[in-house]
Design a protein around this ligand. Structure first.
Ligand code: SAM
Ligand code: SF4
Ligand code: SF4
Length: 631
């Protein structure tokens, strides 16, 4: 390796902690870590030749002009379409009216179709004859089990054909779980069907998004039938769609699933929120949060041997050192048989009918179908915006339907992935290189100490002292990184130096009056049994007094308040790390919002979101998820 002809691989993705740098690069899915000193020498090419050779072999150094050849190399791997998945839309009608549904909400007519058995069977035979080693049939809808005749006949037919073909043939059904019959259960068991039932969490969360047309609880129906199918020996997995109601509780939901279904659930899949042509009234905008929550939930599922597909398929690519160029079978590996008999690449378009055509199986050629060929070319290596992205070989970007909604073309970007991938990679690197969690850093207000309504507290103080607020506290907090420095706030509202201390004392009294301790969290901290430090923007004195009044001060190893630095400044966290002696790699930080989590996340800490004041919070979720994250 000639050092003056090489450069650092331009695709390196990295994040730093206080002492170290962790990196990923899209060459044999390499993960690596260096101390910052080592990294400085590597960056300036100031290394001995044998180390340089090793770094060259890992492609941390590359020859100049590497990028152009790199993209070309992977373009060649895309290959021609190959059929692996067949979606069978048994019916595009549904007995539910889920608020987010990107299938039902895309139809602009009440007319619905029901698939015909003989037509579907012809397509099944086509697929069996025109696929390679692995083929999966997925019954989908609408609600697929509404068309009993089709489901039972098609499954029996596929099952009969299994012996004839030397390939792996799998069958799945995505259902809302509202329909059970012994005949279904017996057939599903016999044919080794994977029954994926949609459930977005416990009843309080599930039923806010998933709604039946007749007014019954969607949860009650699905829950009862999940157990009936499990008891009959059917393979059941869960499909969890992320909404604004359950987003703050995905790790809790993971543990709830573990406790509720006691090892009887085979797998789970999270669906990041998608929109229909008419939007999604209960979507989540922050996809960093979506990924952080999915990843912590994934950690819990993994601990109990439950497979979460979205993270696992990327981890498998890393473990196998192979590129993951496509994340959806729609782009060249799938056909969808719509309920009206038409054929297309993606179920999200059955409402609009775009990309679907009327054709008989005898005339159809999957590999030369122009729509399939166009979709087959959709992958990051063919996208201009992805050409310099470090995640180009692991992302698989994403969803052509979403891209078409947002960019007007299926060749656009699914930008949800650009937010999610860095978070996913950070967490993968942490799991790969970090050791056990050794200490907990904990936010105070609204995490450990649940406060009353701040507006009411301020009104009470205003009444006592005759203050008229010129600056609204919400605006003040917005301008101060979400924190209310009480002294600054009252001074800004014209309270004089002479009065300020009295005003603050009155404020603290009113503030504490409406507060209550998060006793569930104290119980969890006892079980976790790690040194726990409170990080707050209150005064240390006030927090320590309050802990004493609640008789819990013994559970905490220290309190960092606003006496020297203010949270969330960089200096504040550096001071905490220095004083406690813990490194970011050893910490789990628990806080009540992304705004609170992100500053310390950027030091490389693992983080957990606890939102006990979220209006969707329910005590059912008070389980041992935090203990799981600490082990
Ligand atoms: C469209 S449904 C069809 C099958 C069946 N009716 C069911 O509910 O499982 C398949 C999956 O898509 C999910 N889904 C529907 N709308 C969605 C959206 N806007 N974003 C993400 N997933 C969604 C559902 O929750 C369900 O798990
Ligand atoms: S049950 Fe499935 S198809 Fe029906 S509205 Fe809900 S998500 Fe959509
Ligand atoms: S979609 Fe975004 S994250 Fe994925 S490869 Fe392209 S630029 Fe990177």
């Amino acid at each position: 390796m000639v050092l003056d002809q090489v450069e650092l691989n331009p695709y390196i993705y990295s994040f730093e902690t206080l002492d170290n740098i962790y990196l990923y690069l899209p060459y044999k899915q390499t993960l690596a870590s260096f101390s910052k000193e080592e990294w400085a020498r590597i960056k300036s090419l100031n290394v001995e030749s044998n180390i340089a050779k090793a770094l060259g072999e890992k492609k941390i150094y590359v020859e100049q002009g590497y990028s152009e050849n790199f993209i070309e190399l992977y373009k060649k791997q895309i290959g021609s379409p190959s059929l692996r998945i067949v979606y069978i839309i048994s019916t595009d009608a549904c007995n539910f009216n889920c608020r987010y549904c990107f299938i039902e909400n895309n139809f602009n007519t009440q007319n619905r179709s029901t698939a015909k058995v003989d037509e579907v069977i012809k397509w099944v035979d086509y697929a069996l004859a025109n696929s390679n080693d692995e083929l999966r049939f997925i019954f989908y809808g609408g609600e697929p089990l509404l068309n009993k005749e089709l489901v039972l006949n098609a499954i029996n037919h596929i099952n009969e054909q299994r012996q004839k073909y030397h390939k792996s043939i799998a069958i799945s059904i995505n259902t809302n779980g509202s329909i059970y019959s012994d005949e279904f259960a017996d057939t599903f068991k016999k044919s080794r069907v994977n029954l994926s039932i949609s459930l977005d969490g416990p009843k309080e969360l599930n039923d806010k998004g998933r709604v039946t047309k007749i007014g019954d609880s969607a949860f009650d129906l699905a829950f009862e039938n999940i157990w009936k199918y499990i008891d009959k020996g059917v393979n059941v997995s869960l499909s969890i769609t992320i909404t604004k109601y359950n987003i703050n509780f995905l790790p809790q939901i993971a543990r709830w699933i573990v406790d509720t279904f006691k090892g009887k659930i085979n797998g789970v899949g999270f669906n990041p929120p998608m929109e229909s042509e008419f939007g999604n009234p209960i979507t989540v905008e922050d996809f960093k949060l979506v990924m952080l929550q999915i990843y912590n939930a994934f950690r819990i599922f993994k601990k109990y041997g439950i497979y979460e597909d979205r993270v696992m398929r990327r981890l498998n690519a890393i473990i196998d050192e192979r590129p993951h160029l496509k994340d959806c079978a729609g782009v060249g590996n799938q056909i969808v048989i719509a309920a009206d008999g038409k054929i297309g690449p993606c179920q999200a378009f059955i409402g609009s009918g775009r990309y679907f055509k009327d054709i008989a199986p005898e005339e159809y050629n999957f590999k030369s179908d122009e729509t399939i060929l166009e979709w087959n070319s959709i992958t990051p290596v063919n996208k201009e915006e992805c050409k310099k992205c470090p995640f180009i070989l692991i992302c698989g970007n994403g969803c052509p339907y979403y891209a078409s909604l947002k960019d007007g073309t299926i060749h656009g970007l699914d930008r949800r992935y650009c937010e999610m991938l860095p978070i996913m990679m950070n967490e993968i690197l942490k799991d790969n290189f970090y050791g056990k969690i050794k200490a907990i850093f904990l936010d105070y207000d609204d995490t450990l100490m649940l406060r009353g309504n701040l507006g009411e507290v301020l009104d009470e103080v205003a009444k006592i002292f005759g203050i008229v607020y010129k600056i609204d506290y919400k605006k003040f907090m917005e301008e101060n990184a979400g924190y209310l420095n009480v002294r600054d706030f009252f001074v800004a509202n014209g309270v004089s130096e002479a009065e300020i201390n009295k005003v603050i004392v009155a404020y603290i009294k009113a503030f504490k009056k409406g507060s209550r301790l998060n006793t569930w969290l104290i119980e969890q901290l006892k079980k976790i049994n790690l040194p726990t430090f409170i990080l707050t923007n209150n005064s240390e004195r006030m927090v320590i007094d309050e802990l004493r009044e609640n008789r819990v001060e013994g559970y905490f190893a220290g309190v960092f308040g606003n006496s020297l630095y203010k949270k969330p400044s960089k200096e504040f966290y550096e001071h905490v790390f220095k004083t406690t002696g813990y490194r970011p790699e050893e910490i789990l930080y628990i806080g009540d919002s992304m705004r609170d989590l992100l500053p310390i996340y950027n030091f490389g800490c693992r983080v957990a979101l606890l939102s006990p004041k979220d209006e969707n919070y329910t005590q059912i979720l008070e389980n041992e998820w935090l203990v799981d994250l600490c082990q």
